[in-house]
Ligand binder design. Structure first.
Ligand SMILES: Cc1cc2nc3c(=O)[nH]c(=O)nc-3n(C[C@H](O)[C@H](O)[C@H](O)COP(=O)(O)O)c2cc1C
Length: 402
């Protein structure tokens, strides 16, 4: 996050003391931090501590003539790359969810044109209250990002959800939000494949697999939202295409390869599709009939083209080539072998054993295998896997000319 600037709004909760450490963590990672303190927050931490740690003037008064002359409240809300609210009190969440703006913090939140990341912190009953949960849902719908709250023991002695995420966790979320900020991948071209392929036996029968396409569509969506000019090559699935993505619909593996090659050159390629390894050698022109007394037809299979390996050897090889490995056993070991064999840069490995519910489901647990090692990601919504992968890609391409 070097060169990025964060506007940190500190709300009036016990966890405000952790925001002092958050300032240090953000500065260590290269960000500049400007802070707004609510009147309640100033009861918990002093403006002097915040100013000393941030090395910047601290703002708290909406009607300060001096501040308005130096940096008006609108400019303050827009000069940062990201607005972070930590701790986000029940009160600040309620205000933003309902469009209230009666102090500097809430006015800045309403006036900003930047992404907002909230780290809620409050008593477990306050967090579980129907009003807070309603506001939380509204804010998420409005596009506000969240980190935490975590489960655990609270300063008030109660136990449950409501503890503010730890400073390093918030700093990680800031990093992701900044990498994912609109424009993080603008100027880059991305190619994504998704879904199964169908390999015909005759005009009405085919061999396919259970891939739903949800993961690939989520990745294409995330790359497009990050600004990449994205082409999605999709096998037959029943999902609406993400907005802003160029969709090429195909049926067979051979069609998928041709569509991928037509989308080159690309800076990024994420091969999520579950491509059939084999196809029936012969696809009958007419429906194969069941003749009385005749033996069941034998299906001879032949190998399909290997799309990932073909792109890896291609004269227009994508700059960052990411493959997927869907396995039912030895997931990481097979993925490590696949990385070497196919000549791609990363493999995203997942366990598609029926018990995991991953194939066709909404959630995924992935391992990112690179030459440098293995990252194990927690169980996440497939959209969040897409968002994190786009952020990781943006991080990897940073410094590459767009
Ligand atoms: C000791 C103490 C601790 C508090 N801790 C929290 C808290 O963790 N979360 C919260 O939402 N409110 C907390 N409150 C209530 C807020 O301070 C209060 O709602 C205040 O109006 C919030 O103002 P702000 O949102 O402008 O910062 C606490 C109040 C006191 C007196």
């Amino acid at each position: 996050m070097r060169g990025k600037s964060v506007l940190l709004i500190i709300g009036g909760g016990i966890a405000a003391y952790k925001s002092l450490e958050l300032i240090r963590r953000l500065k260590e990672r290269g960000a500049t931090v400007r802070a707004i303190l609510t009147a309640a927050a100033a009861e918990f931490v002093t403006p002097l501590s915040v100013a000393s740690l941030s090395g910047e003037k601290v703002y708290s008064d909406l009607f300060s003539l001096t501040d308005e002359a130096e940096m008006g409240h609108i400019q303050l809300s827009r000069s940062a790359d990201l607005v972070v609210v930590a701790p986000a009190t029940a009160d600040l969440m309620a205000k933003l969810a309902n469009g209230l703006a009666n102090d500097l913090a809430s006015t800045a939140l309403l006036a900003t044109d930047k992404a907002v990341l909230m780290a809620p912190a409050m008593n477990v009953r306050m967090w579980n209250h129907a009003a807070t949960q309603r506001n939380f849902a509204t804010l998420k719908r409005d596009g506000v990002l969240f980190v935490g709250p975590n489960d655990g023991e609270m300063a008030c002695g109660e136990f449950g959800p409501g503890r503010m995420a730890e400073p390093n966790e918030i700093a990680d979320a800031v990093e992701r939000a900044l990498s994912h900020a609109p424009g993080a991948l603008s100027g880059f071209r991305a190619l994504v494949t998704a879904g199964p392929t169908q390999e015909p036996l005759d005009p009405v029968r085919f061999i396919a697999n259970r891939s739903s396409g949800k993961q690939g569509y989520a990745i294409a969506d995330a790359l497009a939202r990050a600004g990449a000019e994205t082409t999605l090559v999709s096998g037959p699935v029943e999902i609406a295409p993400p907005s802003g993505v160029k969709l090429l619909k195909v049926t067979t593996a051979r069609e998928m390869l041709a569509a991928c090659e037509s989308a080159l050159p690309a800076d990024i390629a994420v091969m999520t599709a579950a491509v059939a390894d084999w196809r029936p050698e012969i696809s009958a022109n007419n429906k194969i009939k069941k003749e009385p007394g005749a033996a069941a037809p034998a299906i001879r299979m032949v190998e399909n083209p290997d799309i990932l390996a073909t792109l890896a050897r291609h004269a227009q090889r994508p700059g960052l080539l990411v493959g997927f490995a869907a396995e039912t056993d030895n997931v990481v070991a097979y993925a490590q072998a696949k990385l070497k064999k196919k000549g791609c840069d990363w493999i995203v490995a997942n366990d598609v054993s029926p018990a995991t519910g991953i194939m066709g489901g909404d959630r995924n647990t992935v391992h990112i295998v690179t030459a440098g090692g293995v990252e194990d990601w927690p169980d996440l919504d497939k959209r969040e896997v897409g968002t994190r992968l786009a952020a990781k890609i943006a991080g990897a391409l940073k410094g590459t000319a767009a």
